[in-house]
Design a protein around this ligand. Structure first.
Ligand code: ADP
Ligand code: MG
Length: 736
């Protein structure tokens, strides 16, 4: 018998190491946050301080009107940035961008310029020109373009986005200046997630301002989308991850039996943060502050070893950059603490997955939040009108909002009984629902002003807070003065869902403007026309309002009755992007061209297929190389023990024990073989059929394999099981 004794297997060593790992010594600066906030960014304040006055004014003009920077200004800005970056230890710069993979990308270039004179005298200096700042040309051919570039040319360009602050990424031994950029192809087609987001904000601002002007806000110049993303994540000791091919390859466990205790005791949520996690958070937060990212809250989440960090909201474009950066910082800092930060939507089966609640609203150029009920009847009316337009947007564009959050990872949440369901609905809360119902039924002779006061809109924010518990199950909840898009996945790039939401609302602002114009002709006063519009919109969008339990079966049935679209999986949702009316819609809104939307569909499709393929392969490998050998050892022991057995009755009982594992093993081997065969079949299909087959054939087979493997995990001797178990990965943090 060769089952290794406890304490010497890699898994046993990982457990010991995890429990004995000393907490990393605090690197926390003793100074107040205000003294180092943003020290790694070259923000507008630094621009003002370091630039010649005229260059600074030119930059402001560019930010406000999009006017092109002159070469001289660009050179001045580049030189100021270089001085600052080099003084802070940066040796390289890079154009930082967000390709359609949903990740971030960067290509580093050195500042150093080395020149040799005729007499071989070497001149070394740091250089950074305006054109290097503004435009870059990464080797783009290896970024996914959904086939778009092959039809044109394999070149892509990155162009500086001056609205998002430049920053330095500080790693153990390197400091790199990062320039936020957009990424597009030779013919100006967007190859990234930032460009469409910026275009959607443009669209929102232009149609939104038209609408607000008609409401009476005649001097409104600009609208801004605001965004604050609550980021959930898991922390797992890195030694456990190293022993799990599934976590390394796919970021989630593909096998693994439940531990008896999961989250049922509800003791993790808002519980005391374990020391090791807190040390990690403090360091991560410090890094985030230095990057000018305004993180505000931290707490445990529902599942063991699950946590959340949330920032104060910012302009949507900056907030999206900051969220991408936050994810990078979390991963980087976790390593220093001997941890791995898992951003996957469902790292562990049967316990809660991770989301990224996107808090979203709009504000005007005076900084007023349009979804804030406000104090005056006019503000209240504006609030109701804006709210109704957003409801209309969700009602009309639910499939678009659904496809914006679709990914292989998020499928594990949206389909399951834990996260907002795959049906898009809106939570309003009792108070607001009451107000909306009253508007819908609204009659009477009172003036609009009196009616609005009577409705009690201005008291809303005080009531809305009480609803946070019930809106957990809603994909899109109104929480007092903003919407919370709760169905977004933890690993996603928020630019995509935010862009889709902005575009949907922009389109409905435009339609509402036309309707309001007609109503203004019909009604005796503007306020009456506005209230009538609100009434119509509220009536038309009733179907998407739902405050009940979004997890329940009754809701799914009710939603079907109401005719709400339902896309349970990415394979169901992605084809929405091929819809001709959607293509026209994006083109009309100037957010995505037909080519761009086609390429996005293509990239998402390929990513989905590759993700499931990798997961399936990894499952097969783990079974073949790790699980099966463990079972074989166990069976060998069984057979030896059985041979030596004297008692007949014990032998009979023991035969059951053997049969149990034999049966499980048989099932495991058969299902794994079927999975393997199916995988080969699927690979020979064309891509769209592939997507359906990965979803409907491969994933269910992976689950069958998993079930058999998990049963054997419960049977095989603990010290013979090679893979770290759920109880170890999830609870080590509490003990160390
Ligand atoms: P709640 O407890 O009701 O969820 P919080 O004030 O804790 O509200 O906010 C949660 C998140 O919503 C934070 O990131 C916050 O900055 C963000 N948020 C608040 N107001 C807005 C807004 N107007 N637009 C976008 N995000 C917002
Ligand atoms: Mg939360």
């Amino acid at each position: 018998m060769s089952i290794s004794t406890s304490g010497t297997t890699p898994r046993a060593r990982a457990i010991t190491a995890a429990y004995q790992r000393p907490q990393r010594e605090s690197t926390i600066k003793k100074e107040p946050v205000s003294s180092y906030f943003g020290e790694l960014t070259f923000d507008l304040a630094k621009m003002r301080e370091k630039l010649p006055k005229e260059s600074y004014q030119n930059l402001l003009a560019t930010l406000e009107t999009g006017k092109k920077l002159s070469k001289e200004t660009a050179d001045n800005i580049a030189s100021a940035i270089k001085e600052w970056a080099v003084a802070n230890g940066a040796t390289h710069f890079c154009h930082w961008f967000q390709p359609m993979t949903g990740l971030t990308a960067e290509k580093h270039d050195s500042f150093v310029s080395i020149q040799y004179s005729n007499h071989s005298e070497v001149r070394v200096m740091e250089r950074f020109s305006g054109s290097q700042l503004i435009q870059g040309e990464p080797d783009a051919s290896s970024f996914p373009s959904g086939g778009m570039r092959t039809t044109f040319e394999a070149r892509g360009y990155t162009v500086w986005d001056p609205s998002s602050p430049i920053f330095i990424v500080e790693e153990e031994n390197t400091r790199t200046l990062c320039i936020p950029t957009v990424f597009f192809g030779y013919h100006g087609q967007a190859l990234d997630n930032k460009t469409p987001l910026l275009r959607s904000v443009e669209a929102l601002s232009s149609t939104g301002c038209e609408f607000l002007k008609l409401l009476g806000d005649v001097d409104v110049k600009r609208l801004q989308a605001t965004l604050g993303c609550e980021q959930e994540y898991f922390l797992v000791d890195k030694n456990f991850v190293a022993l799990r091919p599934d976590l390394v390859m796919s970021g989630r466990t593909l096998l693994g039996a439940q531990s008896p205790r999961g989250q049922q005791l509800d003791d993790h949520y808002f519980g005391a943060i374990p020391g090791r996690a807190k040390a990690f958070m403090e360091e991560a937060e410090r890094e985030l502050y230095r990057l000018g990212i305004p993180v505000k809250t931290r707490h445990n989440e529902v599942a063991p070893s699950q946590f959340e960090v949330a920032p104060i909201f910012e302009d949507a474009n900056i907030s999206a950059d900051h969220n991408a950066l936050t994810m990078e910082v979390l991963k980087r800092v976790a390593k220093r603490h001997g941890l791995v930060c898992l951003l996957h939507e469902k790292p562990f089966a049967e316990i809660n997955g991770s989301g990224k609640h996107c808090n979203w609203s709009m504000s005007n150029d005076k900084g007023e939040n349009l979804l804030d009920p406000g104090k005056t009847p006019h503000q209240n009316l504006r609030f109701l009108a804006t709210l109704a337009v957003v409801m209309k947007a969700v009602h009309e564009h639910a499939p678009l909002l659904r496809v914006g959050i679709a990914s292989a990872g998020n499928d594990h949440r949206l389909g399951a009984n834990e996260a907002p369901p795959a049906v898009i609905s809106v939570f309003m809360g009792d108070t607001l629902s009451g107000i909306l119902d009253a508007i819908e039924q609204g009659q009477g002779n009172a003036s609009v002003e009196e009616k609005v006061i009577e409705l009690g809109v201005s008291k809303l924010p005080t009531f809305a807070r009480d609803n946070t518990d019930r809106n957990r199950t809603s994909p899109f909840a109104f929480t007092g003065n903003k919407f919370e898009f709760r169905a977004v996945g933890s690993a996603s790039n928020v630019s995509v869902p935010t862009c889709f939401l902005n575009t949907a609302v922009a389109a409905e602002f435009a339609k509402a403007t036309e309707r309001l114009k007609t109503l203004l002709d019909e009604k005796s006063s503007r306020d009456e026309a506005v209230l009538e519009l609100v009434k119509q919109l509220v009536t038309e969008t009733k179907a998407i309002r739902f405050d009940g339990d979004g997890y329940s079966q009754e809701w799914l049935e009710e939603a079907a009755k109401r005719g709400l679209p339902r896309y349970d999986t990415t394979a169901d949702a992605l084809p929405v992007l091929k819809d001709e009316s959607l293509t026209r819609f994006f083109q009309d809104m100037n957010v995505l061209s037909p080519d761009e939307i086609k390429s996005r569909y293509q990239v998402a499709l390929e990513r989905y297929n590759m993700t499931i393929d990798i997961e399936a392969q990894t499952t097969i490998e783990m079974v073949t190389n790790q699980v099966a050998p463990a079972i074989e050892e166990q069976l060998k022991t069984y057979y030896e023990v059985e041979d030596d057995m004297h008692s007949k009755t014990l032998k009979a009982t023991y035969a059951e024990r053997i049969a149990e594992l034999e049966n499980t093993f048989d099932t495991l081997l058969k299902t794994t073989k079927t999975l393997n065969q199916e995988l080969q079949t699927v690979r020979s299909m064309e891509e769209e059929a592939q997507m359906q087959a990965y979803c409907n054939k491969v994933l269910p087979l992976m689950l069958e394999v998993r079930t058999a493997a998990d049963i054997s995990e419960r049977i095989v001797a603990d010290n013979a099981w090679p893979l770290p178990k759920y109880r170890e990965m999830l609870f080590a943090m509490n003990l160390s």
